[in-house]
Each structure stands twice: as structure tokens, then as C-alpha cells.
Design a protein around this ligand. Structure first.
Ligand SMILES: [Fe+2]
Length: 365
């Protein structure tokens, strides 16, 4: 593991900048939702930053972070759900800073409807500094979200790999993250810079080829070594082809979540979208292999890299809630919305989606 480079004394400055982006004002209430693994320096920095901005700030610590399928359990998010004093505190806060991933927690969804905004922090200090939301990112990301939301068809093409995929849009949600939580009810991630949409259930058709050299960022962190060819009909992957370990790992993972032999939910198409952060480091996975807190936001923020995923669509408003979720960021794809090319061979060409970089190079040392 490579050592962190950020001067630790800069952390409170970074947190103050982030909370300013989140529009924290004097008199606001900020809850820090931590767990036993949350870094103490992050908690200290968050307290210092919120207090310096004149906010009231307090910490609630649970023993384990939220995990899908553990809602009723104690220790993690189930603890919050079972304690009305805590859910009341969540709902009376202006901003809840969550130091792990809590997407899908029911107490979070209820509070969002009351205008509480949520900021997740899941990356390391170097990544928080590098991916602090640059000028223009929110405008580019929300433009893209709105463009996708009014589109009826998404095409993903790559003549070199054989990818030729189409999804119908319009029935489920399109979401985005631009790196800070500044509007009522929003959930965002510090370092986030991507759009995600979910296809109309049963509408996806075609072929996705995950090429050697593409990344596999969830549940595994690895560069794909042998191509995986996925044949998709009526929203589900019907055939998985490939000679290497990657195709075998994919099939093994999806089959492991089947509730019965006919269960196709693990093989459904999940969120579709792409990253837009000009400062995301393209070779981050090679520099920090297996180090999730250095990869989480980078790998979802690479500009022009199409993120194909499989499994649930309930976050988008669908009915598939399988826990079998896979993320494949695909390089070199052409992406079209209603026939109009917005990404060509992995390069964003819609000028409104392009944000100027504030770093010299898109690759790390
Ligand atoms: Fe995903």
C-alpha cells in the first residue's frame, strides 16, 4: 500500500471547503454518522470545519455500516431504523455526513423527503483533495442528467470489441452525483462525478464485450484479462462467453445469488452511465490495486468511460432488488442518445459535458 501524500494538517481545510460547497451556514445542524472504522482524523476535521462555519455539529456512531440485506439487523443501519430518537435527529439535521455507503436505507429515504441532504465520504485523503468538485462540474453533470432523462434510447457501440447494445429509457430514474450536497433531499458523494440511468425493464438488447484491459470495479477490483462477451435479450444476460477467469468469475458470482434455478434477477442489466470528472486518474487501479478507498470515486468518475452494470434496478425505481451487483467501466465506447453521439470512442464530444481539468495529467505517477 502506498503512503498517503496529503499533509494531514490540510484535512480540516479540505473539509471546510467541502462543507461550504454543501452550503453550510451559521446555525445549521450537521450530523456526523460514523462507524467503528471511521478515521478519527476525518471526524476531527469535520467537527472543526462545521464549527468554524458556525454550525451545530454532533456525532452518532454505529458499530457497522449499512449493508443491503441487513436492515433488520442490529449494529449497522438497523440500529438507526430501530431508534426513533436517532431518526428524529437525522430528520432535524440540515446535513448528514455519512462516512460509509448508506444508499437504500429507509431512514435516509424518509429524511430526504423532509429536505435533509446527505453527503457520503468513502475515499482517502489524497482522493478527496484531487476529486474536490471543480468549477463547472455541477452544471455539466446536471445537464447530462437532464439530457438522459428526456431521451428515449441509449446506444453503446464499440466496433473493435463487438459491443452493440441498446436500451430504451424513460420509465425509471436518472440520477447524478457532482461531489457535494447543496440542495434539499439530495444524496451525493465527495468526489462523485457521474450520471446513472436505468433502462425500461425488459428493454435492453444486444452485446456487451468487456475487453481485456477494461476494469472490474465491483465486487472485485481487477483489470479484466480475457474478454467477457455478454449476450442480452429482453433486459437479461442470456449467454456469458469467455475463456478466461473473468467470465468464470462473473458466472460464479451471479449464479451464487440465484434464489432458484430459474431466477434471472442477478443477470439483469442495472445502472448505465458515465463519469465526468476531469481530474479522475485513469490508471488509479494500477497505482492502488485492491485499495477500495482510493478507487471508489475515481473509477466512477472517469470521463468518457461507459459504466455498464448488472443486477438490481430498485435504486432507479424498478422491482429487481437482487444483491448481485457488478460494475464494469468500459473504455473506448461510442455512446448515443436518441441517435446523437455524445461520447465517441471513449472521448466525450458533447461540449456541455466537458469540464476543464485543474491538474496537469490524467494519469498518476
Ligand atoms: Fe454499481
Amino acid at each position: 500500500m502506498r503512503p498517503e501524500e496529503l499533509n494531514p494538517a490540510k484535512l480540516p481545510l479540505l473539509f471546510k471547503k467541502e462543507l461550504e460547497l454543501c452550503k453550510i451556514k451559521p446555525g445549521n445542524t450537521v450530523m456526523l454518522l460514523t462507524d467503528l472504522k471511521t478515521r478519527a482524523d476525518y471526524v476531527h476535521a469535520a467537527f472543526a470545519a462545521a464549527e468554524d462555519l458556525g454550525a451545530k455539529v454532533f456525532e452518532v456512531k454505529i458499530s457497522a455500516p449499512f449493508a443491503m440485506g441487513m436492515i433488520a439487523s442490529f449494529g449497522g443501519a438497523g440500529t438507526i431504523e430501530s431508534l426513533q430518537t436517532i431518526t428524529n435527529a437525522v430528520e432535524s439535521s440540515d446535513l448528514v455526513v455519512v462516512f460509509h455507503i448508506s444508499l437504500g436505507a429507509p431512514w435516509m429515504q424518509r429524511a430526504r423527503k423532509k429536505g435533509v441532504r446527505f453527503l457520503m465520504i468513502v475515499d482517502g485523503p489524497d482522493e478527496l483533495e484531487r476529486l474536490m468538485s471543480p468549477v463547472g462540474l455541477k452544471e455539466a453533470v446536471t445537464y447530462t442528467r437532464d439530457l438522459i432523462a428526456k431521451s428515449k434510447e441509449l446506444q453503446v457501440l464499440n466496433d473493435d470489441s463487438g459491443t452493440n447494445f441498446v436500451a430504451k429509457l424513460g420509465e425509471l430514474k436518472t440520477l447524478c452525483q457532482y461531489g457535494y450536497a447543496d440542495e434539499p433531499g439530495v444524496v451525493d458523494t465527495w468526489g462523485g462525478a457521474h450520471v446513472s440511468t436505468w433502462a425500461n425493464p425488459g428493454s435492453c438488447e444486444g452485446t456487451i464485450v468487456v475487453q481485456a484491459g477494461d476494469c472490474w470495479t465491483f465486487p472485485y477490483i481487477r483489470y479484466v484479462e480475457e474478454p467477457i462477451k455478454l449476450t442480452i435479450e429482453k433486459g437479461y444476460i442470456r449467454k456469458v462467453e469467455g475463456n478466461g477467469a473473468d467470465a468464470e468469475l462473473f458466472t460464479q458470482f451471479c449464479d451464487g445469488f440465484k434464489k432458484n434455478s430459474g431466477d434471472m434477477e442477478p443477470y439483469a442489466v442495472s445502472h448505465l452511465g458515465w463519469g465526468m470528472h476531469p481530474n479522475a486518474i485513469l490508471n488509479q487501479m494500477a497505482i492502488h490495486p485492491y485499495d477500495m478507498d482510493r478507487i471508489h470515486s475515481h473509477s466512477r468518475a472517469w470521463p468518457g468511460v461507459f459504466l455498464f452494470s448488472t443486477g438490481p434496478d430498485d435504486q432507479g425505481g424498478g422491482k429487481n432488488s437482487t444483491a448481485a451487483h457488478v460494475d464494469f467501466p468500459l473504455s473506448g465506447c461510442t455512446v448515443k442518445l436518441d441517435g446523437r453521439t455524445v461520447i465517441e470512442h471513449g472521448t466525450t464530444i458533447d461540449k456541455k459535458m466537458i469540464v476543464p481539468s485543474t491538474y496537469a495529467r490524467p494519469i498518476g505517477p
